[in-house]
Design a protein. Structure first.
Length: 311
């Protein structure tokens, strides 16, 4: 189990990528931060950061640990803050995300928002792809960064925050794995792993897991999974292929899998949505914070095509 200092030092350094700024934020010395990180790396048995005289960067193991720990840490911090207020009614906003790269942005926005609006409680949670609207319609989630299109009468859609090119996730021994790119027509020559879509709008499924190519050729439908990890297993074991955002290669690469960019697929637009009836006073300022942070971090910049020969 991680000690509190290890957790806070790791997550802060993962954000700042600078030992001095991390030490300043935590009120500690730089040497204390360095010692804490080295101790954590020894316990894990792998380097979490690459260090040289010019910069600090996360290793693959470090990025995975950050992505696994950050949402849970944010929820714990929000719970502690709410409990410490006793009978006072906190200003709470619950925000959701559908993909790790969306979650990273929402967590950073939540931290910036808390600094700007002391006393606010921002809880960040992952939304499962198999039922992307349930938490919002249940009144639990106030705002969500998710894949568009969304066209529902009770949900308001806001700005597109960033767009991603698409890729086809294939077994590494698949003939497509040796290509520089694929087309939407090529998908008819595969078996497409899809989502169990009982609660997903049909127009959304057709956009991401189509039943026919643009020319009308039928696309063989493979297993319908409930969770994204199941799709990764099916693809890596050669059961089928799946369409993904190109950025997924940074988060989901595993043995037996390759990512091949599409040269003709429409991009994946990630936008904000919220219940039309929502009157939470934190909603609008948080939307502004997300947009500001996204622009400052240039997340709208084109994402490089994946190196699709992953083994």
């Amino acid at each position: 189990m991680l000690e509190r200092l290890e957790l806070e030092a790791f997550l802060t350094l993962a954000e700042e990528l600078h030992f001095g700024r991390t030490a300043d934020r935590l009120g500690l010395t730089t040497s204390r931060i360095s010692q804490t990180i080295r101790r954590l790396e020894r316990r894990i048995g792998a380097a979490l950061f690459e260090r040289n005289s010019r910069k600090v960067s996360l290793t693959d193991v470090g990025r995975q640990l950050r992505d696994d720990l950050r949402p849970a840490y944010e929820q714990i911090a929000a719970g502690v803050t709410a409990a410490s207020r006793g009978n006072m009614v906190p200003r709470v906003l619950v925000v959701g995300f559908s993909a790790p790269w969306c979650g990273n942005l929402m967590v950073r926005a939540a931290e910036l928002f808390r600094r700007r609006y002391p006393g606010s409680v921002i809880s960040v949670e992952e939304i499962q792809l198999m039922d992307p609207l349930a938490r919002m319609r249940a009144g639990v989630v106030d705002l969500q960064l998710t894949e568009f299109p969304i066209a529902e009468p009770d949900i308001t859609t806001g700005p597109i925050i960033f767009s991603e090119p698409r890729a086809l996730m294939v077994p590494s021994n698949h003939p497509f794995a040796q290509r520089d790119s694929v087309s939407m027509e090529d998908v008819a020559d595969t078996t497409l792993v899809t989502l169990a879509d009982a609660s997903i709008p049909r127009y959304w499924m057709d956009y991401y897991f189509p039943r026919r190519t643009p020319a009308g050729r039928p696309i063989p439908q493979g297993p319908a999974v409930m969770f994204w990890q199941e799709a990764l297993v099916h693809v890596s074991q050669g059961v089928g292929v799946s369409t993904v955002a190109a950025r997924a290669e940074q988060f989901h690469t595993r043995p037996g899998m390759a990512f091949v960019p599409f040269h003709d697929a429409p991009p994946i637009d990630y936008g904000l949505m919220w219940p039309t009836a929502n009157r939470n006073p934190l909603l609008r300022p948080f939307i502004d914070t997300v947009r500001e942070l996204a622009a400052a971090e240039d997340v709208l910049a084109p994402h490089p095509s994946p190196a699709h020969n992953a083994e």
